[in-house]
Design a protein around this ligand. Sequence first.
Ligand code: HEC
Length: 175
Amino acid sequence: MGQKNQLTHLEHLGLLDAAARAGSASSGGSRAALWGDELATLEARARAYLDINCGHCHNRQGPADTSGLALDAAETSPIALGVCKSPVAAGRGTGNKKFDLVHGRPDESIMVYRLAAHDPGEMMPELGRSLVHREGLELIRRWIAEWPGAPGCAQEASNSARQSASSARLSRSQG
Ligand code: HEC
């Protein structure tokens, strides 16, 4: 027992093949980009990384929905993705930064700050890690840094972001 490569063993039993087919596009399932795949676009890789590592909490029905930040692959609203969105809780966990994601400016983005944080009260994901995932952090930094268009968040954007984030919360709690 234990002498055989477990992956080879499962493959021989036909289990891995079946699992791979079940998730393939040809069987109707959709596939996220591999976050480490250098051939996929930066956007696709960053969104896949956020979906996998954050989206199970940060989605419109998830345990982090009160934050108004939705990072699952289905999300299309820039504000829900954190762009120029003020955090719900001020102070700790923000690194004194104003917005979750400041396009073009990773160092001003709370998302990057919390990915790099070590303090359990600040770091994201909030559970299950004791190390910073360097490659993931670099990927998200680059995604934000190379955002197309003019960098930075205007003050008006912050106000409308706050409004639409709270109306998004409202419509969720009503629905
Ligand atoms: C285990 C659930 C969970 C996971 C996984 C998780 N978060 Fe969170 N996140 C929360 C909760 C709950 C809050 C609200 C409380 C707080 O700010 O700490 C939050 C808040 C945040 C905020 C502040 C949002 C705001 O507008 O107030 C950011 C930014 C954030 N998370 C980023 C991330 C990123 C990036 C990931 C993935 C690398 C991630 N989180 C993974 C639960 C989670």
